[in-house]
Design a protein around this ligand. Sequence first.
Ligand code: FE2
Ligand code: FE2
Length: 299
Amino acid sequence: MGRALVTQQALHDHVLRLGQLHPPIPLGSVDRTVRRPDLVRDQFGPVVDYLARVELEVERNVLELLRLLPRANETDRMFYAEVWHPQETHHGLILDRLQQDLGRPPATTDTRTVSAKIRVLGALSHLRPVHEVTRLLYYLTGAATEKSAVLAYTRLSAGMRRLGETAIARTIIDPIKRQEPGHFAYYALAARSMMQHRLLAPWQLHLARVLRRRSFGLVGANDRAQTADFGALVHRLELTDELPAYAHQISVVERELLWARHEGMHVPQYVLKALEEAVDLHAKGGATPRATGGPRRSR
Ligand SMILES: [Fe+2]
Ligand SMILES: [Fe+2]
C-alpha cells in the first residue's frame, strides 16, 4: 500500500496526543461579539443550525456506536469517550449558543433514537466476521463525516470574515475547525490499519463495498427534510458548483481502501449522487412545506 504500517500502539498514541493537544474548547473562551446579527442570520443561519444539530447529536451517535460495535476495542473506546465526544459536544454547545445570539431558535436534536437499520446491523455484529465489516464501515463513515466538517468550517470561517465577523471566525469557527482534522486522521488511520493487517477476507470486503454503496448517507441527513437542509448548507457555503470536488474529498479514505482496484473510480457515484440529491431537494424548496427559519422537529 506504500504507507507506513499503522499499529495499535500508533493509534493509541494518536488518541492520547489528541486528548492532550485539544481539550474541549472552553465555553468561556468565546468572544460573543456579533456586529451584524441580521446579516449573519440571513447568510449563514441555516448552516450554523445544521452544524449545531449534528454536533449535539453525537449523544445519539454514541448510542449507535455501542449497538454497532459491541466489541469496540480499548483505543476506539478511548477515542470516542475521552476525545471525540467531549470535543464535539462543546462544538455543539458553542454553535447552538451562537445561533441563539443571532436570534434563531435552538437546534432541535434527536439524541436518543437508534434507527431500525442500525439495530439490525448491531444484532448481526455480535457475529465476529460481521463485526469487523461494521467496524470498517464505521471508520469510513467517520472519515467522510469529519472531512465534511473540515470543509464546512473552512468555508464558514472565510464567509464570516467576509462579513467582517472576525470574533465569530477567530473564537468560534477556527478553534472548532482545528479539532476536526485529528478526528479525521483517527478514522483514516484505523481503517488503513485494518486493511494493512488484512483483517478482512475477500468476502467481507465485498460485503463492505455492497453495504457502503447502499447505506452511504450525508452527515446528519436522516430524512428528506434534513437532506434538503444539507442542500441548503451546500448552497450557503457556495459548494453547489463544486460537487465532484467535494465528493472527491470526502471519499478520500474509501477510494483508497475499498475502490483502489476499481479503475476509473475517481469519485464513488453513490457519494456524488447523495450530494446532488440534497442540492436538488433544497432547490425544490425542501422535502415538506414549512416556514423558513422557524423551529421544527428533526424527524
Ligand atoms: Fe465537531
Ligand atoms: Fe469531529
